[in-house]
Structure formats: structure tokens, C-alpha cells
Design a protein. Structure first.
Length: 222
């Protein structure tokens, strides 16, 4: 069966449907559309799934350590209480109260609507075939050979070369939906590579094995 890698994009999602070497890029309007893609063995999403109630997640800290100088690409996931925030100021208040003093950055708050939508769509209990991933772990730790930032020409070339070894990425990019940015398409493809590893049982993960209050695992796989 195929697997699906997913990256957030402008309030929607870019999907990379991987079947063998063939990969198809999709524009998915919301989290419900992501989970509704048929005949998919694993869905790997670059978005926090398991959320702590009171502090940082071990998986975020371990991912940052693995990535070294690229660790800034890992935004600390907000605590669960923040999903009920009215605005950034309210989110900061909720985060400080829940953690005993840790606020929430503006960058992290921008992810909250997507995290909330995904959390709602997953339901109770969450489906086992949906996993959290991070493209930089795939590119820099799993696929290897990527050393430059994704917004640079060198970084884009490195990511294309890494993906070319495992899928027909250029064909997918040429047939991509209109206006999908290259960086998001490449990240979705990296997520799809991670999804295939999860389906095959060859993946690695960071995290301490904990689950959150809704039963979602707090881990990041690749």
C-alpha cells in the first residue's frame, strides 16, 4: 500500500503520496482531508501530535540535540492548554500557568491552529497509523548528505539529491499543484520517506515513550 507524507502550508497541507518510487504531490485543504486520503498504510505529519500538559517534550529536546546546528528548526510543541487560547497573549498566559514560567513564541503560536485542527481530527482514540515526523531528521540523520539550510540553493540541491535516491521526486515536482512552494513539497516528500520506514518497521524515533492526556504518543519518527 501507499504511504502519505504531510507538511503544513498556508493553513492547508501539502501531501506526498508515495507508492514504490512514484510520488504524487497533493494539496489537502484541512486535517480531515489528510486523514481521508484512501488506501494509505501510514500517514506521517510534520506537526506536533502528542502534547505535554506541563513542560517540554523529551522528543523535541532529543531531536534538537540530534540536529545540532540545525536544531533551531524544531519548534518546542505548545502544552495542551494552549489549544484553547484566544490569541497569542492568552496563549502565553496559559503556557506560563501550565509550565510554571515558560512562555510561547510567536512562531510556535502560528502553528496552534493547525495543531488544534489535527488534534480534533484524530479523535479518541487516535488512529495508530498517523505518526509525527520532522523533515530535517529525515534529511540530515536518515537520508544523509544534507548540510545546508532548505531555503538556500545548496540546501535545495542537497535535498533533491537525497530524495532522488529513494523516489522519483523531479517528476512529482513538475506535476505539483499550482503555487505549492518547493520547500514544502520537499518536506512532504521527506515525510513520505519516513512514513515508508514506519510502514516497513525500519524507522527510528526520539522520545521517552510517554503518551499525552488524550493517548497520543509524544515522539518524532524518521
Amino acid at each position: 500500500m501507499a504511504v502519505l507524507g504531510v507538511d503544513g502550508w498556508r493553513g492547508a497541507w501539502v501531501g506526498a503520496l508515495l507508492d514504490g518510487r512514484r510520488v504524487t504531490l497533493l494539496h489537502l485543504r484541512d486535517a480531515g482531508a489528510v486523514l481521508a486520503v484512501p488506501d494509505v498504510e501510514v500517514v506521517a505529519i510534520d506537526m506536533p501530535i502528542g502534547l505535554s500538559d506541563d513542560g517540554p517534550r523529551a522528543c523535541d529536546q532529543e531531536a534538537k540535540a540530534l540536529l545540532g546546528s540545525a536544531g533551531s528548526s524544531v519548534f518546542p510543541a505548545p502544552v495542551r492548554a494552549v489549544l484553547g487560547a484566544r490569541d497569542h497573549a492568552h496563549a502565553r498566559e496559559l503556557s506560563v500557568a501550565a509550565t510554571g514560567g515558560t512562555s510561547l513564541s510567536a512562531q510556535a503560536f502560528q502553528l496552534v491552529p493547525s495543531i488544534r485542527a489535527l488534534d480534533d481530527a484524530l479523535g479518541d482514540p487516535p488512529p495508530d497509523h498517523v505518526v509525527e515526523v520532522h523533515p530535517e531528521l529525515a534529511f540530515r540523520v536518515g537520508l544523509g548528505g544534507v548540510t545546508d539550510p532548505k531555503g538556500t540553493a545548496r540546501g535545495a540541491a542537497q535535498r533533491l539529491a537525497a530524495l532522488r535516491a529513494v523516489m522519483d521526486v523531479e517528476e512529482a515536482m513538475l506535476a505539483a499543484p499550482p503555487r505549492v512552494p518547493a520547500v514544502d513539497a520537499l518536506d512532504a516528500c521527506a515525510a513520505a520517506w519516513s512514513a515508508r520506514r514506519v510502514a516497513d518497521g525500519t524507522n527510528a524515533c526520539v522520545g521517552d515513550g510517554a503518551r499525552d492526556s488524550r493517548g497520543r504518543p509524544m515522539r518524532i519518527c524518521w
